[in-house]
Design a protein around this ligand. Structure first.
Ligand code: HEC
Length: 126
């Protein structure tokens, strides 16, 4: 009776469920520990895509700014810096209708948006 197929199969199921739980909990923990934003990547993305309007220091005085109405946001200003990450990420993602601010979701992924936002946070005027 010891080696009956039923017992062996039950053993196998227990092992599989156990392994499944390990993967499941492992994945859940991995998600809670969000990777830190990569500031260097953020700076690179900013210099490539944003500097033309928002300017090298983020003040909204890039080369293209002059012709724009409304002007690019001064990203160093308290008005912008006081906004929540989620709000700024949304503007970066979809742009701001009625202004020259384009949405970036087809150029950069969510991770890179967080990186560039983290870089913008380092430009704060205070
Ligand atoms: C073609 C010019 C242009 C480019 C390129 C551009 N922006 Fe903008 N951005 C604007 C304008 C114009 C506004 C809107 C200002 C307003 O609402 O009065 C804006 C607004 C924003 C805001 C919202 C600020 C606030 O206070 O709500 C963020 C954040 C921002 N831009 C980030 C970026 C990032 C990051 C990039 C590069 C990935 C970028 N922008 C590229 C022109 C530009």
């Amino acid at each position: 009776m010891e080696n009956s197929p039923v017992i062996r199969r039950t053993g196998l199921i227990v092992v599989l469920v156990g392994a499944g739980l390990v993967v499941w909990f492992g994945g859940a923990t991995g998600q809670r520990l969000k990777p830190k934003p990569d500031l260097e990547a953020g700076e690179r993305i900013y210099k490539q895509n944003c500097v033309n309007c928002h300017g090298p220091s983020g003040k909204g005085d890039g080369a293209a700014a002059e012709k724009l109405n409304p002007k690019p946001a001064d990203l160093t200003s308290p008005a912008t810096q006081a906004k929540k990450d989620a709000e700024l990420l949304e503007v970066i993602k979809v742009g701001r209708p009625g202004t020259a601010m384009p949405g970036w979701m087809s150029e950069i992924d969510e991770r890179e948006m967080r990186d560039v936002l983290a870089y913008i946070r380092t430009l704060a005027a205070w």
